[in-house]
Design a protein around this ligand. Structure first.
Ligand SMILES: [Zn+2]
Length: 481
């Protein structure tokens, strides 16, 4: 079935970056050879740079970059995870199958692989439908359909649904000002806008961070005031009337996300008078399941006890097939190992590929790792996660000391030719699954990618393989008239 891809230069655009820094981290030669230098008096910084990045290492990094640009291994992994296995919500059969698949593939590459058990929540989507049944100017005998989806952790309405008045708030302060008296028994809609201008200007993840807190804690805030149900405006950068699901703090009431268009509709009608909705959401929380983190080592040749973690998360939401979130990240991590094996490169430190389970619904996979491996954290040299899609790589978000960031500069220079040479220092962990390690002081890196369209598809039915453009790694060539 992989024949389809043969002969095309398919690559997962960020893998070159990933493999690259992983290998850099895993090297750091202990006995650098003195380098001849035609400049009379090299500065101490230049000397350190040369010691850390001798010509052989720079050659190897360039070889990794070239090999990554011509390889379709990562793309084939994403294709299998998304199209053959499908959506991989925590606790699902597909999530389990995905763990087994990734483990088998990495064993096939010659890695030491273990599947580590993780207790994961299991929540199953049910029916989801809504319509406005009373509003200003309503044509008798008609209703207005509302497009929505349940948020992870939502409880169920009765099978026949509920009917309640809708109140629209723009923020938590407005909700608080209404008070229990006006909120109790109602359906609360949080109409927080996703800042599309920020996204267009390259700050999509910042826009997401601002808007997503209503999805995260809005339902609980509404429930605390006695609301019958809570809805949020989808955290959404596009205009395709797609609802975006996602995790929400358990609130004990039905909770959903309406499309941005439907949030506008409800807000406009609510400004004209009473709006009443019939809402049916019947998801179920079923017993916890056993899931698996896949942990696979390329043992270091000189310092096997020292570890560089390279990772992505294997679970996904259920609406789409989890291509950009985050089969891409897992495939990028897998490709890192594949490239090193294929090029017969032997990192001095252990390169640990991790495919995390349950990033989306609570993070039990990374929490289990942090619990089981905390004694070894002093030997964790760096932790890397890819969880920002598969668009053009720009460089890295890094939480590490300025000195450590500076030490990576020669590696970044090699990435200049593909435009992935930025290093943006971050005050917060650049990946949910590596947050615990980052907070313990382990240098942490996330791939910084072009995120301008990421939130068009994120957590929707449209997060599918076709959203990954395999050839977007290179810089755009100049256009001539
Ligand atoms: Zn993700």
């Amino acid at each position: 079935m992989h024949k389809t891809f043969r002969g095309r230069y398919l690559l997962l655009n960020s893998l070159c970056v990933f493999a690259f820094v992983a290998y850099t981290g895993a090297q750091n030669p202990q006995h650098p050879q003195p380098q001849s230098n035609r400049y009379a008096a090299p500065s101490p910084a230049a000397q350190t740079e040369q010691q850390n990045f001798p010509p052989q290492l720079l050659d190897e990094l360039a070889a990794i970059k070239s090999a990554a640009l011509e390889d379709d291994y990562a793309y084939r992994q994403v294709a299998h995870l998304t199209e053959n296995i499908g959506p991989r919500p925590s606790g699902s059969l597909q999530a389990k199958a995905a763990s087994e698949y990734v483990a088998a593939e990495l064993r096939h590459l010659g890695l030491e692989v273990r599947l580590e058990e993780v207790k994961v929540p299991h929540w199953v989507r049910g029916a989801e439908a809504a319509e406005l049944v009373e509003y200003a100017g309503q044509v008798p005998g008609t209703t207005q359909k509302i497009v929505l989806t349940a948020l992870g952790g939502s409880t169920s309405t009765p099978i026949e649904g509920i009917s309640a008045d809708v109140i629209v708030v723009n923020n938590f302060d407005e909700l608080k000002a209404l008070g229990r008296e006006r909120v109790a028994g109602k359906i609360v809609l949080f109409n927080e806008l996703f800042d599309k201008q920020k996204a267009a200007a390259g700050m999509a993840f910042m826009a997401y961070g601002e808007a997503v807190r209503y999805r995260g804690t809005g339902p609980k805030a509404a429930a605390d005031l006695g609301a019958a149900a809570a809805l949020v405006r989808s955290v959404d950068n596009a205009d395709y009337r797609l609802p975006h699901t996602g995790w929400s703090f358990p609130a004990g009431i039905p909770a959903g996300a309406v499309t941005a268009e439907d949030a506008e509709l409800i807000a406009h009608l609510a400004a004209q008078g009473k709006v009443r909705m019939h809402l049916t959401l019947t998801p179920q929380k079923v017993p916890d399941e056993t899931g698996f983190n896949v942990i696979a080592d390329v043992k270091g040749s000189e310092h096997p006890e020292q570890v560089v973690v390279v990772s992505g998360h294997l679970d996904s939401w259920d609406l789409g097939t989890g291509a950009i979130d985050d089969a891409a990240g897992v495939a990028i991590a897998m490709e890192t190992a594949e490239l090193l094996q294929r090029l017969h490169l032997h990192p001095k430190r252990t390169l640990r590929i991790v495919a995390w389970m349950d990033e989306e619904t609570g993070g039990s996979g990374s929490q289990t790792y942090a619990r089981d491996y905390s004694a070894e954290f002093s030997n964790h040299v760096a932790a890397i996660e890819s969880d920002a899609g598969a668009a053009h790589p720009l460089g890295f978000d890094a939480k590490m000391s300025p000195k450590a960031a500076e030490a990576l500069r020669p590696a970044l220079d090699v990435l200049h030719s593909i435009g992935a040479n930025l290093l943006r220092e971050s005050n917060y962990p650049p990946g949910a699954d590596i947050a615990a390690m980052s907070e313990k002081g382990i240098p942490a890196l996330g791939i910084m990618q072009d995120g301008r369209t990421y939130f068009n598809y994120h957590h929707t039915a449209a997060d599918t393989l076709d959203k990954i453009a395999p050839a977007s790694c290179a810089k755009t060539p100049p256009r001539w008239p």
